[in-house]
Design a protein around this ligand. Structure first.
Ligand code: LMR
Length: 398
């Protein structure tokens, strides 16, 4: 049986992480996988997480199963974070939420739900998108298409082209939109563009499918939720997937959720039962530890305030690093103008250099980025920024 299997190349992102870890050079720099790093190059456990974890441990008196939909306190907390309290979809009882193993688990459950609702559903992905969207959604049986999103030359969202493509998507099909901190390009939709997109989805019966993995890391917790809240107000059906990997720093604990907005309570109950049934069929139940920590943080005013402070610190650091790198590259008089890096948001930007130049950065300078030229700005710090800027300038020159 196994003889029929063909070898699969390493993952476009996690494969680079493996190469980086194997590199023994003392000056190596990791700009690859989307993980926050502090000034010392560490990915620390947040203080709010440490405290909540202690409380969870001392209160825990059983390891029995929690349930298919996960931790109810977590699900309530996530709904409020995403939609804001008093959102009409929540108030009307039209949101079904299940906790999932990370955002990826949420994407998978959501994809199976859409496929089950209609096996012919097509989902339109931004070009470019997170490389794992494609295999992950395809494994659920969805048919995938692409819409133009990032203009590599102008370094901005090509909204005209995007709107034109969304305007041609058939009713009942879905458009996958990055809620904020677009992965991989860092170029987000403005509020006016979200509104125009909501108009288009409404007019053409397109279902917004929002991947919301970076809430709080672009403009702030509330501003980043603008598109999610607007879509959930305007559209009868919306699928949202959230992740706590980045904003709570809980990467390895695999904490995420899928929230589906339905037109009425009756359909909401049907959606909820299908979400649970799908989760049960894929992995049975999500892990509890990380979700219990998030539930604790979100239900305790002091811990929540501390989390918001720590999140804001990460956000400001990312934005500061963007300006720092753009300035350092400008000082080197590179042929490319990198000022766009300062204006993009979240962890990622494309340098816009060739695959050969990316490989040179890795092999000659031990600077690791994804071969698409996506960098994670969080890997930059005061100690390595000049080295990174020199390395980029060098590969651009030769
Ligand atoms: C990334 O894009 O680097 C992260 O979301 C990690 C991953 O799983 O790819």
């Amino acid at each position: 049986m196994l003889d029929t299997l063909k070898p699969i190349p390493p993952d476009a992102i996690l494969g680079i992480m493996v190469l980086y870890r194997a590199d023994q050079a003392p000056n190596k720099v990791d700009l690859s996988v989307g993980v926050y790093q502090d000034e010392a190059g560490r990915t620390p456990v947040l203080e709010c997480v440490k405290r909540a974890e202690g409380e969870v441990y001392s209160a825990e008196d059983s390891k029995t199963y929690v349930g298919i939909a996960g931790n109810p306190g977590f699900n309530r907390g996530i709904e409020e974070l995403l939609f804001g309290s008093g959102h009409p979809a929540l108030a009307d009882g039209r949101v079904a939420t299940v906790q999932t193993p990370g955002g990826s688990g949420g994407l998978s459950v959501a994809a199976h739900l859409m496929h089950r609702a209609n096996p012919d559903t097509r989902v339109w992905l931004s070009k470019p998108s997170w490389p794992n969207h494609l295999p992950l959604l395809r494994l659920a049986g969805l048919r995938l298409e692409h819409y133009p999103y990032y203009d590599q030359r102008a370094k901005r969202v090509d909204f005209e082209a995007m709107a034109d493509a969304v305007g041609r998507i058939g009713s009942g099909d879905s458009v996958l939109i990055h809620g904020c901190c677009h992965n991989p390009c860092g170029a987000d939709l403005s509020q006016a563009q979200w509104q125009a997109l909501a108009d288009l989805c409404e007019r053409h019966g397109v279902v917004p499918f929002i991947d919301f993995a970076y809430q709080g890391l672009a403009e702030g917790l509330e501003d980043d939720a603008y598109g999610v809240r607007l879509m959930a107000e305007r559209l009868p059906e919306v699928v949202i997937v959230a992740s706590c990997s980045k904003n709570f720093g809980l990467y390895r604990e695999r904490v995420g959720a899928v929230c589906v907005v339905s037109p009425d309570r009756e359909r909401n109950l049907r959606v909820a039962s299908n979400l649970s049934n799908i989760a049960r069929g894929i992995y049975s139940m999500p892990p509890d530890h990380g979700a219990a920590i998030v539930a604790r943080i979100l239900s305790d005013a002091g811990l929540k305030a501390l989390w918001m402070e720590e999140l804001e610190e990460m956000r400001l650091r990312l934005n500061g690093l963007r300006t720092l790198l753009a300035d350092k590259l400008a000082e080197r008089g590179t042929s490319t103008d990198f000022s766009f890096v300062a204006n993009e948001r979240g962890m990622f930007s494309f340098l816009g250099i060739s695959r050969e130049q990316v490989i040179r950065l890795r092999e000659e300078f031990h600077v690791y980025l994804v071969e698409s030229s996506r960098i994670n700005v969080a890997g930059i710090n005061q100690r390595n920024v000049d080295y990174v800027a020199d390395a980029i300038a060098a590969v651009l020159q030769a």
